[in-house]
Design a protein around this ligand. Sequence first.
Ligand SMILES: NC(=O)c1ccc[n+]([C@@H]2O[C@H](COP(=O)([O-])OP(=O)(O)OC[C@H]3O[C@@H](n4cnc5c(N)ncnc54)[C@H](OP(=O)(O)O)[C@@H]3O)[C@@H](O)[C@H]2O)c1
Length: 263
Amino acid sequence: MTVLVLGASGTTGSRLARQLIEHDIPVRRAGRSPSADVRFDWTDPVTFAPAVREVHAVYLVAPLGVADPEPIMTPFLVEAQRAGVQRVALLSSSAIPVGGIGARLADFVPGWTILRPTWFATNFTGDHLHARSARAEGEIVSATEDGRVPFIDPDDIAAVARHVLTGLEAPRRDLVLTGPEPLTFDDVAAELTTHTGRDVRHRRISVTDLSARLQQDGIPAPFADLLAGMDAAIAQGAEDRTTSVVEEITGRPPRSFRSFLTR
Ligand SMILES: NC(=O)c1ccc[n+]([C@@H]2O[C@H](COP(=O)([O-])OP(=O)(O)OC[C@H]3O[C@@H](n4cnc5c(N)ncnc54)[C@H](OP(=O)(O)O)[C@@H]3O)[C@@H](O)[C@H]2O)c1
């Protein structure tokens, strides 16, 4: 019944691993750090077979910053199929078009799910650019204008992943995961002001200026353009909706941005 968690040191993988352990489900944490249970590196295919050996289910976090992950992920899925893996939950995004490797998961495993979360609430905490600029300059900077996003608590993504990987049946469909209410970046700035006790405002910039800002922060130009374009999509309303999927799958409603900040 072992669940292999890729990206186990990351935002969602670490939460999923913790939740599985809390439910007494055997976990194998994969990654490149010495603290991982098994070494796993997308750039090193010899690490694939040992990672999936005697594994029932896999939480699949794609290689980061790769425009087309399919050529890298296909050999991994071949190994997973060979090892008899029964379930896969692929972490995708509501902002990524349906298709690609996700559309081929059923070729490799009988029980598959594609998780399509909206933007993470954690993007405003820790070392993320928004959090750093909120701390250093008292502002979050975006090209989202008045666009709204139903930010999701990554603990809720992990809870859905645990259910679909270990429950009676895999959904065999795409699940769009959202928090309970769409917020503008002005709303987020107001919440950050309330919760940190210091003024945080939302500064609106153009898509071009946002891409330049992201590149100054070390993000390669093509990926910076992609991310800035996602802000433009938010401005046009692409993320302005909620779904009931977290509650349908876990039996409890998703947590709000406010309760996330409070915790
Ligand atoms: N942030 C958002 O708002 C948002 C919204 C929707 C979807 N997403 C999606 O979330 C995904 C990222 O997931 P996350 O936030 O849970 O992870 P994360 O916090 O970004 O951490 C990345 C993980 O990937 C692992 N990793 C990086 N390079 C690797 C490599 N070469 N081989 C093996 N593992 C590697 C890292 O592990 P080690 O360094 O330990 O190996 C780490 O655990 C992205 O695909 C993104 O599209 C994000």
